[in-house]
Structures are given as structure tokens and as C-alpha cells.
Design a protein around this ligand. Structure first.
Ligand SMILES: [Fe+2]
Length: 484
């Protein structure tokens, strides 16, 4: 039985394949089209997926008619959201079904976790009508215990604030989160709570934020954007804390599954461990991950989620000793080997790697990536050394997908991977025999340092390097060796 899950006509389209209850493929449309956060399901992606066989069943992650109805009611006019006609051309004999948006999020999280019972908290901008849901998951059942509905939406508000400070909504929320460390929350904290929320405890907003809030504090100067970012992140953390309290009260479980686009807020996520013993965030918790969630909402069975390396494959041509020698000599190189990551983070298969020690490396990598100078990079570390260098929440295994920030214990030695608030978004690399693990082991043997700087192999505003051709282009354009 081959089942395709589809997230399309949304930001960041994706396609996942379950074959006899094994996850065999999952990829983002943007990697195949070259268009960042591509909302259309790219035909090259669909053709590549057919290599795994014709689907018997295609499941969409949301009900597109309900979504169109909500858009109509919200005054956005009629928007045609139906991806089925395009897919019918490639899979004419398959059966087609739709799932609910928040159920797809919840299923993506719970059925990839190793829990047989959990509280599931989903926070995003908006599904068909829902914006936050809490579920009790047990066995193969997901029971909804709470639902917050549009126009009340924490995710929409955070996105509107992203837009307000000149960043790209639905894409650059993580930059707002990073800017927060440079601002003073006290300048705008009170006015944000007053102007946007009726009551933080009920998550009710004062206005529909679908069209942004560009009119808010119209006379504000650009210099204040860092203060707005600080206050926005602070208010989000207050709300997230209240959501965790409500989730724990409604479903008093030891285990939490956290999903939805807001689960990408790695500065706030450590708070989840204040209320739950164990936490699972599926490594692609936003809508792109719901292509898998749509399938799992249908099958209602747990699957083994081994890792994120589920996309297009580049067969490695260069041995890892050569890569380590390059890093040892020139301190920086790109690596595009194996299957590309399913999710927003490069975890070693489409990565720009560098020596994290000493001054100057942050500026050097930021220049290559054409990023804002203030932004630090993330480290990847051999899992058994993580506690020696970082004060982590949870256990080392919780940090395999860069979902939590941790205080760096030796910031002076590793300035390139430490943010202004002293934290790092560390990736813990387990002893699983993966290629990235082998590379780190060789680097450790050569240098005594168990850590590398790891950032996505892309340029600002572009998707990650996808294939051999992209890797060669990156190397030629930026003068950095990229190994395939
Ligand atoms: Fe969503």
C-alpha cells in the first residue's frame, strides 16, 4: 500500500510517502523548484515521488473547501486551494481524501513519537478555522480537548509582528526571535499586551491580524524594531506558558507532543520541560510536516521516525578524510551528500560547516550567506559531549533537531555559535553511524574539538542546495569548496 500525503496551496508545499507503514520519502517543493517556501506542488517533486511507485491513496493535510470558506468570510475573496486536479494528472487511479489541518499536525507529532499516551499541543497561525488545539493521544486515538478559533490566533499575531518590523511574514519569524536578544522588552511590553489582547489567559485577540498590523505604532522608528522583537518574544513566552498550563490541566500526562509552526520557537520551547517529563517535537512541526501528518491522521498507526534525511539523494563522491582536511586547512567548507533534510534545518547533509573556535568566523560565514551581521550560527556536537559545553533542558537526545536553545558554558572559546543572550541552538549528533556522525568523530580526532559550526547551505532568501548542480553553483559563486 503506497500512501502520499500532500501539503499544497499553502506556504512551503511538501509531499511524503508511506509504503507499507514505512516512511520512505518526504521532501519540500522548494528544493525541487528553487523557489523559497514554494506554495505550489512542484511537478519535478511529483515525478521524483513516482519512483517509489504509483500511490493507492493521496491524503491532503486540510480541507481546502473549508479553508476557502474561511478566506471568503475573512474578506480575502474566493481563493482556489484545491491541489487535486494537478495530482490527478500524475496519479489518476488513486483514491483521494482530506484530513483536518490541526488533526494532521497532531498526528504528525504523536504517531512519530515513542509515546503510547501523551498530551498534544498544536499552536499555529491558522488551519481551516482553528489556531490552537489540545488533544489527548492514547493508543491509536486522538481526542480533542480544546480548540481556539480564528480570528484569535497567537501564530497570526507573531507573524503580524514579524511583518511590522520589516521582516517577511511566514518566513522570517526566526529572525524576529533572534533580534529579541538585542532589544529591551520593557519599551513595548505593556502596549503590545494592551493593543493586541483582550485577555492573555483566554488567548483572545482584539483585532483580526490576517492583514498584518502595519498601522500599529505608525510613528515608530526603525531603531525600535529590536525592542519590539524583544517584547513580542517576551509576550509569546508568557502566552506559551499559559498554553502549557492549560494543556497540562486538560490532559495531565507526563508526555507532551508539541506541534504547529509556533513549535519552531526554540527560545520558548525549553519551557515545555517545566510542565512535562518528556517532550517530542516532530522535526518538521509546521505545515510542511503535515504532508506526513495527513497520512498518519488516516492510518492512525505509529511509525518509526529514524531521522530527517528523507529527500533527494546525492550519492557521496568525496571521502570524509578529505572533508576534514579541508576544514583543518581552510576552516570552512560545504557538504552536500546523502538525502536532503525534511524540515527547515540543515542537519549535516546540506550544510556549510566551519571551525567554531576563535574570532572572525561568524563574520566570515555571515558574509558568504549574506545574512545580518548580528546573527550567530548553530553548533553540531558529538552527543556524549553536549553537557560539557551546554546547559541543556531535557536529555541530550532531545537536542538532535535544533529545537531548543541552551546556555553555552564556554562562550569565549566559541563566539561564532553563541547568541547575544549567551545561548546556542545546538544539534546533538548521536552515535548512529550516520555520515555526519563519522565526520564529527574524525574532526574530534584531528582537533580535540567535538563541535562544528553548522549552517544551511543556502543564500539568504533561497532554498537549500538541492542537487549536484546547485552544489557546483554555490562553490563557483562563493569561492567555498562544496563537497559532494
Ligand atoms: Fe498549520
Amino acid at each position: 500500500m503506497i500512501i502520499w500525503g500532500i501539503n499544497a496551496k499553502n506556504h512551503d508545499s511538501s509531499l511524503s510517502i508511506l509504503k507499507d507503514n514505512e516512511l520512505v520519502f518526504a521532501a519540500h517543493s522548494e528544493r525541487f523548484s528553487g523557489i523559497k517556501n514554494d506554495s505550489e506542488l512542484n511537478e519535478k517533486l511529483i515525478e521524483y515521488a513516482l519512483n517509489y511507485g504509483d500511490p493507492d491513496l493521496v491524503v491532503f493535510h486540510e480541507n481546502h473547501w473549508m479553508k476557502s470558506l474561511r478566506q471568503l468570510r475573512a474578506g480575502q475573496g474566493f481563493i482556489y486551494n484545491n491541489p487535486k486536479p494537478k495530482l490527478k494528472k500524475f496519479a489518476p487511479n488513486a483514491k483521494y481524501l482530506s484530513q483536518n489541518h490541526h488533526l494532521s499536525h497532531a498526528a504528525a507529532g504523536y504517531f512519530t513519537s515513542n509515546f503510547d499516551e501523551a498530551c498534544v499541543l498544536v499552536i499555529d497561525a491558522i488551519g481551516e478555522f482553528e489556531t490552537m488545539t489540545i488533544w489527548h493521544a492514547q493508543g491509536s486515538t486522538l481526542t480533542k480537548k480544546y480548540s481556539l478559533k480564528y480570528p484569535n490566533s497567537i501564530g497570526l499575531w507573531y507573524t503580524a509582528m514579524t511583518d511590522r518590523i520589516g521582516l517577511k511574514p511566514n518566513e522570517e519569524e526566526y529572525i524576529l526571535m533572534g533580534m529579541a536578544a538585542y532589544g529591551d522588552k520593557n519599551y513595548y511590553h505593556t502596549s503590545i499586551v494592551r493593543d493586541f489582547f483582550k485577555d492573555l489567559h483566554t488567548f483572545e485577540t482584539r483585532r483580526n491580524l490576517h492583514k498584518g498590523c502595519k498601522d500599529w505604532m505608525a510613528l515608530m522608528k526603525d531603531d525600535d524594531y529590536f525592542h519590539v522583537a524583544a517584547a513580542t518574544q517576551f509576550v509569546y513566552e508568557r502566552i506559551f506558558n499559559l498554553a502549557l498550563v492549560q494543556a497540562q490541566q486538560l490532559v495531565p500526562s507526563k508526555n507532551l507532543v508539541l506541534m504547529g509552526g509556533c513549535a519552531l520557537n526554540c527560545s520558548a520551547n525549553p519551557m515545555a520541560f517545566d510542565y512535562f517529563d518528556d517532550v517530542w517535537i516532530m522535526p518538521n512541526p509546521g505545515d510542511a510536516g503535515s504532508s506526513l501528518g495527513a497520512i498518519l491522521a488516516h492510518t492512525r498507526q505509529h511509525i518509526e521516525f529514524k531521522n530527517c534525511f528523507l529527500g533527494y539523494n546525492i550519492e557521496p563522491k568525496t571521502d570524509l578524510d578529505t572533508v576534514v582536511n579541508e576544514l583543518f586547512s581552510y576552516k570552512i567548507c560545504g557538504l552536500a551528500q546523502g538525502r536532503e533534510e525534511f524540515g527547515p534545518r540543515a542537519l549535516g547533509n546540506r550544510s556549510l560547516l566551519a571551525d567554531p573556535r576563535g574570532q572572525g568566523m561568524k563574520d566570515k560565514v555571515n558574509k558568504i550567506k549574506q545574512r545580518q551581521e548580528f546573527r550567530p550560527f548553530a553548533p553540531m556536537i558529538l552527543e556524549e559531549y553536549i553537557r560539557q559545553y551546554f546547559d541543556i533542558c531535557g536529555k541530550p537526545r532531545h537536542h538532535r533537531y535544533m529545537q531548543y536553545t541552551s546556555k553555552c558554558l564556554q562562550p569565549d572559546i566559541f563566539p561564532a555559535i553563541v547568541h547575544a543572550d549567551g545561548t546556542s541552538r545546538v544539534q546533538s549528533v548521536p552515535n548512529d553511524g550516520s555520515r555526519v556522525r563519522q565526520l564529527l568523530e574524525k574532526w574530534f580526532l584531528a582537533t580535540g574539538c567535538p563541535m562544528l559550526l553548522n549552517t544551511s547551505l543556502n543564500i539568504k532568501g533561497q532554498p537549500l542546495v538541492h542537487d549536484e548542480h546547485d552544489a557546483t553553483n554555490f562553490e563557483e559563486l562563493h569561492g567555498v569548496k562544496v563537497f559532494v
